[in-house]
Design a protein. Structure first.
Length: 255
């Protein structure tokens, strides 16, 4: 497989206003779009980086979904149920001959699993593309165990378990690719557990410029730019209501 087991294999946005979403992300990240049936694929420098679709039901929320490579959606379906998760959308084939499913982990966060064909390409960790993702959950131990068993992550604890900052970094091979944040103390009661997606800013933008651009395009800033050991970042809501993080990984502060 060209995408390693457990690595991000795809991401897409569901929106009831596809044209508004396309215009926003074209302006923010410079994405170019190709239409395949009812599905729009975003490209950055000729590499596919994301998808966009209009849901077939008003009950499906506007949101970004992360898909993790699982190698076999059929086997993953059995494992998800055995490990205490739920399968929300059973294995389904895309027009590009990928297979995917949508699941809910034991903490209640929705995640996709991806079965990519040989030589599949996904733009990851580059300018204008997804570069990090972490699950914010109220049930850290159950979620850590679920994903480690399902996708084979080596997990590294950061901070004190159950403390003010309880975080695990999930490694695919030797590479840290994902994380888990125990959010019981910070997540409002009406906000469910969820995956937070981080997109790398363009070379001609730092995080502050990206935020200003998002605002000029009709987006909203939910968390102003702040510095961290991993980069300067801000949380943004787009014009259709989906939330994500922009990050400038070139601007680091000491731990």
């Amino acid at each position: 497989m060209s995408i390693a087991l457990g690595a991000p294999g795809w991401t897409d946005l569901t929106s009831h206003d596809v044209e508004a979403a396309r215009e926003f992300y074209t302006g923010l990240f410079g994405w170019r779009w190709v239409q395949r049936c009812e599905y729009s694929i975003a490209f950055r420098d000729d590499t596919p980086v994301a998808g966009l679709l209009k849901p077939d039901s008003d009950h499906i929320p506007t949101a970004w979904t992360l898909y993790l490579e699982c190698e076999s959606t059929r086997r993953a379906t059995e494992r998800i149920r055995a490990l205490g998760g739920k399968v929300l959308v059973p294995p389904t084939e895309t027009p590009g001959h990928e297979m995917f499913l949508i699941a809910e982990d034991p903490g209640g966060a929705v995640v996709g699993l991806w079965e990519a064909p040989e030589n599949a390409v996904f733009g990851w960790a580059r300018a204008g593309a997804l570069c990090w993702a972490e699950v914010h959950t109220r049930d850290a131990s159950a979620v850590d165990s679920f994903y480690a068993e399902l996708l084979g992550y080596r997990q590294e604890q950061i901070g004190e378990p159950g403390g003010d900052f309880d975080f695990t970094v999930w490694h695919v091979g030797d590479q840290p690719m994902l994380g888990r944040f125990e959010s019981s103390r910070s997540l409002p009661a009406d906000v469910p557990s969820h995956w937070q997606l981080y997109f790398q800013v363009n070379p001609d933008h730092d995080a502050d410029a990206a935020v200003a651009k998002a605002q000029s395009l009709g987006g909203e800033v939910l968390r102003e730019p702040t510095d961290s050991p991993y980069g300067r970042m801000a949380v943004v809501r787009d014009v259709v209501g989906a939330t994500f993080t922009v990050i400038d990984t070139d601007r680091l502060t000491p731990e």
